[in-house]
Structures are given as C-alpha cells and as structure tokens.
Design a protein around this ligand. Structure first.
Ligand SMILES: [Zn+2]
Length: 367
C-alpha cells in the first residue's frame, strides 16, 4: 500500500509503518489521558505524556503480534515479504498456507502472543498502591488483552476466522470451508458494525474492512482453487494476430474486421512492444485515423506472461492492471494471448466439472 516506509528489519523481514498510523496515535493518547485505570492515566499528573507513550506502545504490541505470525510461518518455510503497521492494526504479507494444519497454527499464534503478554502484564500489575509504572502495566495488560481477544473472534479474515476456516477445512473441502467461514465473518462484521453504532465509530470502520476483506478473499480463494494446476498454455488463444507499431489506425480497423479479435500484441522486429485494443482505437477521432499510428496510442510496458505461468496468477494480473488481455511470450516471441474471457470461461467449465466431483454439499460423488 502507498505511504508506507521502512523503520526496521527483523530477521530479514522489512517492518513498514503506514502514515495513517500517525493520525491515530494522538487519538489513543487522548483516550488514555482522560481515562482512569485500568485503561489510562487520568488519576496522575502528566497524563498526556504517559498517554502518548502508551499510544505508541500499542503499535509495539501489534508488531509483536505480527512477528508471532511471521516468525512461525518462516519456520514452516513460508515466505514472509513484510510486516506493515496500519491505522487499525498490522498486516503480515505472508502467503496464506492452504494446508489447514499450517494455517491453524500460524493464525492462532498471533492472538496467543497478545493474550500471553496481556496475562503477563496483568500478573505484574497487582500492587497495593497504584504508581505510574503500575498504571503502565495495567494499560499494557488492557491493550494486549483487547488485541488478542478481538483477533480471536471468528470473523474471517481475522485470525480467529482463519483458525475456524482451517478447522473446517480439515474435515470438508477447502472452498466449502472458506464459504462457511466467510458467511460467519460477514455476520460478525454486521454485528460489530451495529455494536459500533453505540460504542465507537472505529468499530464501524473495522467492521466495514472485515466485510470487504472477507468477500475479496472468498473470491480470490475460489479463483486459485478452481484454477489450481491450470497453466496459461491450457487456456490461451494460440491463434494470435500481431500488428506492427507503424500500422495506421484505419489499417488496424480493417485487420480487426477480418480477424475478429479485440486486442492485438504490437510487435516490432519480432519483439513485443505493446498492446492495442478496441478501446484504444475508439479514443482516436475518425478524421485522424489515417495519420495516427498504432505505436502512438498503444499500451506500453506490457509485462507478458509465459505459457507455463499459473492461470490464476494471470487472472490476478488482469484484474490488478485493468487489462482486457495479456500477451503470452516464449523465447522472445509472441505465442498467444490470454483474455479475461479465456479465464472466466475456464473458470465456469472447471467450476462445473469440480462441482460434479465434490458435489454441492461437499460429499465426494466420483473420484
Ligand atoms: Zn493476527
């Protein structure tokens, strides 16, 4: 995400801070300054100074929680790209394990770290007379218990929801488990939003993010699971017409009428230099189509894929770059093109075929 910068590196994992964090620290500092124990420092002088320190410490505890996920994932050989601390918590960029046992453990460890720290600070905080260090211990216990307790809620894709999905997936098909976990997650998100109306607007924002993230991840999981094992060469259109950058738009329209494709890789001296589609042509006014060349209006910097790439990765690339199609290149020359239609029709066909194998209720119909 934009507006993040690196503050440290732990065991090779870049730790990033998103600038939205600086918006929330003063708010936490204020809440801690005006609240009494066990949350804040309203009972002692310098409450705002202590509140600010505690506000910053929240993100130290979020980081420890995330390091729990990341370091355990690394032990299982899962690649950890980075940890980013955001306005509403941390995100470890980890490849989500499809092995339910690994997802169960790597998801559960985060809340366990937080709840463990919370219990430790709570045990240390008992003192006959409240002093400033004692108020800090109470505050740290409070932060970690809330962090652990909140994340353990079975609201997919939060940690508790992942644990729930992994548990379901160990006894039923992965996609069905995901679907159930997402439905439960959405119910929790709606309930959280309603509770937020009475308690705190921050809760409404979090509920909103959970709802969106749950839907996104269900879609993503459906795609990767349905297209599992399918390569680009299985779904690409190999019969591809290419055009040179020196062709005029008028000439291109003629080619389009003849070959009936919507997108064409632009090739100069055997090398892919761009991509041109009906949308690009449409932007050129009719009276200028004789003097404007394909090279003037084509999409440049098109990153091609290879025939051996995963079909699901191409689906993601098409969506992320808002492309209608991606050229397929092997050994420097264009060997095909994958369109959104190629991927969605493969999804429909495979989806139907796999439903017949696992059945709509998740039982095995035929092997
Ligand atoms: Zn977590």
């Amino acid at each position: 995400m934009a507006w993040s910068f690196r503050i440290a590196t732990v065991r090779g994992i870049p730790i990033l801070i998103n600038i939205t964090l600086f918006l929330i620290i003063p708010l936490f500092a204020f809440v801690f300054a005006i609240s009494g124990p066990p949350i804040g420092f309203a009972t002692v002088p310098n409450a705002y100074v202590y509140g600010t320190i505690a506000g910053i410490m929240i993100f130290v505890f979020v980081l420890l929680h995330e390091l729990g996920h990341s370091l355990l994932a690394m032990r299982y050989g899962i690649e950890v790209k980075s940890i980013t601390l955001y306005l509403i918590g941390g995100v470890s960029a980890i490849e989500i394990p499809t092995d339910p046992k690994l997802e169960f453990r790597t998801a559960l460890i985060g809340p366990l770290v937080s709840l463990g720290l919370g219990a430790l600070f709570l045990a240390l905080s008992f003192a006959p007379t409240p002093t400033v260090p004692n108020l800090f211990l109470q505050n740290f216990a409070y932060i970690n218990l809330v962090l652990g307790g909140f994340n353990i809620l079975p609201a997919f894709p939060m940690d508790g929801g992942r644990v729930f999905r992994a548990w379901l997936a160990s006894r039923q098909p992965y996609l069905k488990a995901t679907h159930t976990a997402v439905q439960v997650g959405k119910v929790f998100a709606v309930a959280m939003g309603i509770v937020g109306l009475f308690i705190s607007p921050i809760l409404i924002i979090i509920a909103f993010f959970i709802y969106i993230a749950a839907s996104d991840e269900e879609r993503q999981t459906t795609i990767t699971q349905t297209l599992a094992g399918i390569k680009v060469h299985d779904i690409m259109t190999a019969d591809v017409a290419t055009v040179p950058p020196s062709m005029t738009i008028t000439q291109l329209i003629e080619v389009m009428f003849q070959s009936k494709h919507a997108t064409y890789p632009v090739v100069d001296n055997g090398t892919l230099v761009g991509l041109i589609s009906f949308t690009n042509v449409h932007q050129v006014p009719p009276n200028r189509r004789d003097d404007i060349m394909v090279g003037n209006v084509m999409i440049r910097n098109v990153e091609p894929v290879t025939p051996d790439d995963e079909a699901s990765d191409v689906f993601v690339k098409l969506a992320q770059r808002r492309l209608e199609s991606i050229p397929v290149v092997q050994g420097g020359s264009v060997v095909g093109i994958v369109t959104q239609k190629d991927v969605t029709s493969a999804m429909t066909l495979l989806g139907e075929a796999r439903e017949q194998i696992v059945g709509p209720d998740g039982t095995l119909i035929k092997a």
